[in-house]
Design a protein around this ligand. Structure first.
Ligand code: UGA
Length: 454
């Protein structure tokens, strides 16, 4: 039987959830407050424009398809959404406030407004998909104390770039709730998803579900920190991190989330590690527990500048005469998202040392990048349409993002286009053998550098 659902917040989380439900045959109302974005989505869905407000694999095509099949509609009218649904999925943003705490005011505002609209006797499900700290469900419950509402903590585990696939084929669905009827309803709702993926249904209390989300991200972030520490070691004493990580990862107890990089970024890991630390502190965690998380955060910040430090070793601290090419602005390949991307720290540091930069990214837009960069004066930055243009007459190239189009640049092209072919590979995606016995110098994260001294 098709259900009627509302999804609040049409970012990549909410949109993926809405599409996954619609594709499973349900009727879904997507609620978006930002009227400009709402119109954009509607116009795209109706075929009136062909550019989509965000870059995320398959979301554009599926939005149009589900809209045309009349299973997905959009509105900014919460009342309409509440009155035409039996459950509401909350997928609004919870960005970091200055002190590391997640901003929850939008979640509470939606809860308050929903409570004002909802009929007191109508059984209804409030499902939190947004990442919220432990204790949030308890506060939400208070808004609905006079209603018949099941408050569910149902964190999402999708990664950008594979959001729809991760939602359609979940390896697990975590459901935190108090009442048995709520757990039963959620199990049924997700049964077709889990049947497709042979995933697990994990029922628990709300607080456990809330912690599960943070714990998952913090443990994955810790893997990357350990990988980068190992890669830094391999680079200094000899060894190749790519070989080491495969040797470690064949033991199934070890995660494979261990590729070296210039630190982790994005809209999730950095924010969630900070909120986790805040939660630990509030809970009176031991100084050593806090110190471990502090060290993770500090290591990750330091890792972002590993290539910049090489650069100043190589060229000295005054980079005023230097033009540096940057390949990749997004926090990883497969997304247009530049939030907390390593490129931000890298470019700011280069500009601080007086360099000018030429940047290229296959998906990031200049507007979004400059918004995340937050620099008043962006005149030292030239935006290029191709990767070749970005290295023309440059003294060095830094590669912060692992886009596949960067992995085989051709040594001749580098030598022809660059004033001085000095390559800083922040993802170890290039074959080091390309650079042996050439006039280029090559630095990577997890291997010893090849420095041309002639
Ligand atoms: C992450 C988690 O992977 C998802 O499971 C989670 O649901 C999501 O956060 C979320 O909380 O919403 P995402 O931020 O899209 O997803 O990106 P990841 O693929 O996890 O990458 C995060 C960062 O770690 C990137 O900067 C990436 O380049 C870096 N990374 C990842 C490495 O440096 N090495 C690796 O081996 C893997």
């Amino acid at each position: 039987m098709p259900g009627n659902y509302a999804v609040i917040g049409m970012g990549f989380v909410g949109l993926s959830q809405a599409i996954a439900l619609a594709k499973s045959g349900h009727n879904v109302i997507g609620v978006e407050n930002d009227t400009q974005k709402l119109r954009w989505l509607e116009n795209y869905a109706q075929g009136k424009r062909d550019d989509f407000p965000l870059y995320e694999k398959d979301l554009d095509v599926e939005t149009r398809e589900q809209f045309r099949a009349r299973r997905l509609t959009f509105t900014n009218n919460l009342e309409h959404a509440v009155n035409n649904s039996e459950a509401m999925f909350i997928a609004v943003g919870t960005p970091s406030l200055g002190n590391g705490k997640a901003k929850l005011s939008i979640v509470y505002q939606v809860a308050n407004n929903t409570a004002g609209i909802l009929n007191k006797n109508q059984p209804y499900l409030w499902v939190t998909k947004s990442t919220v700290p432990p204790g949030t469900a308890e506060i939400i419950r208070d808004f609905f104390k006079d209603h018949n509402v099941g408050v569910v903590s149902n964190p999402e585990f999708m990664a950008e770039g594979t959001a729809l696939k991760d939602t359609m084929y979940p390896d697990r669905v975590v459901v935190g709730a108090q009442e048995d009827w709520v757990i039963t309803a959620m199990r049924q709702l997700y049964s077709s998803f889990l049947a497709r993926s042979a995933g697990h249904f994990r029922a628990m209390d709300n607080v456990s579900a809330e912690i599960t989300k943070y714990q998952a991200n913090v443990q994955l972030a810790a893997n990357i920190v350990m990988a980068n520490i190992g890669a830094n070691l391999a680079r200094v004493v000899g060894g190749d991190w790519e070989k080491i990580r495969l040797g470690v990862g064949d033991d199934i107890r070890q995660s494979r989330f261990n590729k070296c990089s210039l630190g982790f970024g994005g809209s999730c890991f950095p924010k969630d590690v900070r909120q986790y630390r805040h939660t630990l502190e509030q809970a009176g965690a031991s100084p050593l527990d806090l110190a471990v998380i502090d060290a993770m955060i500090a290591q990750n910040e330091e890792q972002k500048l590993v290539m910049n430090n090489y650069m100043t070793d190589y060229y000295g601290h005054d980079l005023t005469e230097k033009v540096i090419g940057i390949w990749g602005l997004t926090f990883k390949a497969g997304t247009s998202d530049t939030r907390e991307s390593s490129s931000l720290a890298i470019i700011k540091d280069l500009i601080r040392h007086g360099a000018t930069v030429r940047v290229y990214d296959p998906k990031a837009t200049r507007e979004e990048f400059e918004e995340t960069l937050g620099l008043e004066d962006t005149s030292p930055i030239t935006y290029c349409d191709t990767k070749e243009e970005a290295i023309k007459d440059t003294h060095a190239l830094i590669i912060p993002t692992e886009w596949s189009e960067f992995s085989n640049p051709g040594i001749q092209t580098l030598q022809d286009l660059m004033t001085n072919p000095v390559i800083f590979d922040g993802r170890d995606i290039l074959d080091i053998e390309l650079f042996r016995n050439t006039e280029a110098s090559y630095f990577s994260v997890g291997r010893q550098p090849l420095i041309n001294t002639t």
